[in-house]
Design a protein around this ligand. Structure first.
Ligand code: PLP
Length: 375
């Protein structure tokens, strides 16, 4: 199997596995005052210190969570209270669901936030909370965050950044840019599933209110016993430098274009590991799930749009917002993992070509064809 779905979840890094195994040997709850509890607390605080240093924040401003969905929700509930909330049109469901009724900031066809419209919205919505992702999970498109942050500062708005897809991949000092808070997730940077953090600018963490009242953990800002082994793995994974996968991605895109594919978001700066490939065809596009199933049968894991949602393949709101409603059901995402092996790209290109040839010859009937095996 060749795993090319890193934006859904990166493979676990050996450094994270080692840190988790060590933490699993550690008995005790970090809230207990006895020796074992104090030792567990040291593991927790050491993970906090490493992650805070990695993301240029103070340890006291980092709140551990179960992942970025919870971190986004914590930020929006607390920082958005009593303010108009503005969110980018291509935000992840983690943000969309936490901000029902939010004002939508449109994006340009490139996928980047439309700055003049953001400015116009900030003029009419005073003291807003603006939520923008650093990079889109489906297309890899990077928003012009520095420009958006300056506009927010000019109009006294708070900026929350969903930094899930750039954290550990692109060096951005979110707080120095002017963000009020940002969310990161362990499993998107080579750590385990089920751990994340909300990181706040100085003075703002104390405004965060727990979504579930509990035992006062995280200084009363997030209830529930922290998942110590997962957090130790999170900190270890965040320290590991990741390879630049741009050259591999370019080869895939070149081969896909030669088959008639369109690369969504290609006009914008993008994550080096992500390609969103639509396959239009003369008789209507080839459905994304048909492509995903055919590639899966050939031994390649890619995804259709956003993979986070309970196995369902929905039309992509991201592509629709970029003005590609016609392709919202026929684009797949190929996202290269940190442990991409020599030969994976060559094999994928062979399988993609075979899939595209069959699909374009006989639309809708490729999943029932014999599996396409890469050479
Ligand atoms: N934000 C973005 C951009 C994502 O891609 C994801 C997951 O795919 C999330 C938030 C949710 O993160 P988590 O799985 O840690 O809850």
């Amino acid at each position: 199997m060749v795993y090319l779905d890193a934006n859904a979840s990166e493979p676990l890094h050996p450094a994270a596995r080692a840190a988790m195994l060590a933490a699993l040997e550690q008995p005790g709850n970090p809230a207990s005052i006895h020796g074992a509890g104090r030792a567990a607390r040291r593991v927790l605080e050491s993970a906090r210190e490493s992650l805070a240093a990695r993301f240029h924040a103070a340890p006291g401003d980092l709140i551990f969570t179960s992942g970025a969905t919870e971190a986004d929700a914590l930020a929006i509930h607390a920082l958005g209270a009593g303010r108009p909330v503005l969110i980018g049109a291509t935000e992840h469901d983690a943000v969309r669901a936490a901000a029902p009724g939010a004002v939508i900031i449109p994006v340009r066809q490139s996928g980047e936030v439309d700055l003049p419209t953001l400015e116009a919205l900030l003029r009419t919505h005073e003291n807003a909370l603006v939520c923008l992702m650093s990079a889109n999970n489906e297309t890899g498109v990077l928003h012009p965050l520095a420009d958006a942050a300056s506009l927010c500062a000019r109009y006294h708005a708070l900026l929350h950044v969903d930094a899930v897809q750039t954290a550990g991949r692109v060096e951005i000092d979110y707080l120095a840019l002017g963000a009020a808070s940002f969310a990161v997730s362990a499993h998107k940077l080579g750590g385990p599933l089920g751990a994340g953090a909300l990181i706040c600018a100085a003075g703002l963490a104390d405004h965060i209110k727990p979504l579930i009242a509990g035992g006062g953990q995280e200084r009363g800002r997030r209830g529930g016993t922290p998942a110590l082994p997962a957090l130790a793995g999170f900190a270890a994974a965040a320290m590991v430098a990741r390879p630049d996968l741009r050259a591999a991605r370019e080869r895939i895109e070149q081969a896909a274009r030669a088959c008639g594919a369109l690369v969504m978001g290609e006009a914008a700066p993008r994550l080096g590991n992500t390609s969103c490939l639509a396959l239009p065809g003369a008789r209507g596009g080839v459905r994304a799930e048909t492509q995903v199933i055919a590639l899966d049968m050939a031994g390649f894991c890619v995804s259709a749009g956003s993979a986070c949602s309970s196995g369902k393949v929905a039309r992509s709101h991201v592509l629709a917002a970029m003005g590609y409603a016609d392709h919202a059901g026929d684009a797949i995402r190929v996202s290269l993992p940190w442990n991409l092996r020599d030969g994976d790209v060559d094999q994928f290109i062979v399988a993609y070509r075979a899939m595209a040839e069959r699909a374009l010859r006989k639309p809708g009937d490729i999943s029932s064809s014999p599996p396409v095996r890469a050479a």
